[in-house]
Design a protein around this ligand. Sequence first.
Ligand code: 5AD
Ligand code: SF4
Length: 362
Amino acid sequence: MTDLLHAAVNGGELTRADMIRLLELNDPAQEELLFQAAYQVKLRYVGPVVRLRGLIEISNLCVKNCFYCGIRRDNHRMHRFRMSEAEILEAARFAATAGYGSVVLQSGERADAENTEFIERMVRRIKEISNGRLGITLSLGEQTPETYQRWFVAGAHRYLLRIESSNPGLYAKMHPADHSFVRRVACLKSLRDCGYQVGTGVMCGLPGQTAADLADDIRFFRDLDVDMIGMGPYIPQADTPMGRAFKAFEPAVQLHWGLRMIAVTRLVLRDVNIASTTALQALAPDGRERGLLAGANVIMPNIGDVSHRKDYLLYDNKPGTDENATESRERLEQAITGIGERIGYDEWGDSPHFHHRTGGSR
Ligand code: 5AD
Ligand code: SF4
């Protein structure tokens, strides 16, 4: 184990079998060695700097019906909301003033023309009010290449679209029959062709998922040559089909799948941005810091209005629903300095991988 990690830290390639072995570790001392190795690689490739993205959850309307997700179309217990233009711009102003450097606009999926235009206008307006300084990432699901292109031209430069699982069989079990794995992969390619920095990711600890599946997820990320990774443990949501069927929920087990997955992904992909997601924090109060210590380098604090947070419940016990953006900024700063890292203020914080693969030098 020590030799394997030593080799990985010093540039050695992990085989699929190595990845599986590391993902399956359950001895705490050995797991800790894995996290330390991933941390070394993070320091070398991206440094002890946390990149912040102000997350604006602009709407929980969704045309999709994913079996795991609390805002799925058929969850009629969910109160639906859409932020107004003024609310979105206010959140963006907060991000600019707080030095966050970039924002993420996230929502359930919609493909109607009204929404496409609304997003295009929001991207342009955010660019205007920040004099072009705020970077804009979109996370708005599957769209046509034309829509992706329009939003890119308007000024968005990064896009997150999780593959959820790179195993088509597992993907099919988590989604209704009209959701297509092939279409999702095609979307990722089309985003890339538009010129976006592309992020993807998966959920880990899913029912029926093995360490081999997760190793293949990491190989999928590598083969697609993605710039950013956002992934987190699956957490049951009581009003969803998967949440109702999932009886064996153990927060610590899910948390550790999430942390090991971050660590092995860092060892393999090295120079990408990896988010320490809210799902980790939902499982342990210090989950996000532990994600950073296992190799993640991005945090996406929620900066939308608190009044909508209780309606963006992808899973149960989602944290931060009662804390405003200023409070969460203060807590976050303490947490980050507490582990000896600093925040990269007022920077877009692009993935070094993107600039390596395109030869740029921001
Ligand atoms: N647990 C964890 N993550 C979830 N997501 C949706 N539902 C859940 C859940 N129950 C994640 C998916 C999706 C993102 C918006 O949130 O990965 O891509
Ligand atoms: Fe909609 Fe995304 Fe939730 Fe699926 S995971 S139901 S697409 S918000």
